[in-house]
Design a protein around this ligand. Sequence first.
Ligand SMILES: Cc1cc2nc3c(=O)[nH]c(=O)nc-3n(C[C@H](O)[C@H](O)[C@H](O)COP(=O)(O)OP(=O)(O)OC[C@H]3O[C@@H](n4cnc5c(N)ncnc54)[C@H](O)[C@@H]3O)c2cc1C
Length: 326
Amino acid sequence: MTILVWIEQNNGAAVSSCWEVLGKANALAAEMGTSAAALVIGDDVGAIAQEALGYGAATVYTASSPVLAQYRLQPYAALVEQAVDAAGASVFLTNATLRGGTLAATIACSRGGGMAANVSDLWVGGGKLAATRAVYSGNILADITFESELAVASIRPRSFPMPEAGAGNGSVQALPVAIDEADVREKITDFRAADTSEVSLTDAKIIVSGGRGVAADPEKGFALVGELADVLGAAMGASRAAVDAGYIPYKHQVGQTGKTVKPDLYIAAGISGAIQHLAGMGNSKVIVAINTDRDAPIFGKASFGIVDDLFTVLPALTEEFKKRLG
Ligand SMILES: Cc1cc2nc3c(=O)[nH]c(=O)nc-3n(C[C@H](O)[C@H](O)[C@H](O)COP(=O)(O)OP(=O)(O)OC[C@H]3O[C@@H](n4cnc5c(N)ncnc54)[C@H](O)[C@@H]3O)c2cc1C
């Protein structure tokens, strides 16, 4: 009856959104009278296993082998199956990254488990796990209950707070790894580094976003957004309208069909505040909106509003922050 959480790792470092999932799993386990376990798969995963203990896992299952160094669905899914059996898991949770989502769906299929993808909340109703996910472009939040023996869910990053790390008093159990490289059908032939000079949107403490309000001069508008982001050490975000218009690549999109973010400060310049955009940034601590239309819906969500032209306001803010921050 354990809740099993997969801890995604990238080149030997855990992906932080997994700790959010583990933190939530601990809270749910306490409510359901069970325990939360973690599963770490990779090559030499001892350090991540210790981290998982610190984040409160009662048991950390590890699977270590050079064959498992990089994520590949076939061997990883086989090991999740092993861990589900070893833990006697009734719930399997992943973060809703590309890898986590694929792994969750694969396990749900192979185990005949109920699957809720991209959920934004998990809770206990009538002693059973339930999930909330946005449907119909975020206009409706659907509550999902599970009838299956195994409930599977992938959780959108930043849906839950980062838990406090402690000393931990759980134990580590190594799973036997019987997979040989020759058995794995997927082969990784090459890695191409992404541009790592930019601040990652989902991890950013400050985000400056631009929307269709830059339309009069999109190149200049996003250059101004970028300059303010640089001064603040912030990541650059965008609305879907700006992405669809080709002003900025999709990786910057915030919202229902983009990234979910939860920074301390979110500055929205020329963004109206459509429900699908709010779905991705509405939980930011402080929201500052810059918009020429005082009736724009974003002002209903903003902590501070500036009713003015972003082409004037953004450079003024950049200048002022430069002076104050050096
Ligand atoms: C299935 C589905 C999924 C979607 N997913 C997403 C998503 O993930 N993310 C997302 O953002 N949207 C998403 N959308 C689109 C969403 O509904 C809106 O169309 C979009 O968010 C609007 O972007 P915008 O605010 O930049 O543009 P607009 O709504 O056109 O707003 C532009 C704003 O800029 C202001 N403005 C104009 N000129 C200036 C100026 N010079 N200075 C200051 N302000 C100015 C205007 O007053 C206006 O409020 C989705 C829609 C659907 C149907």
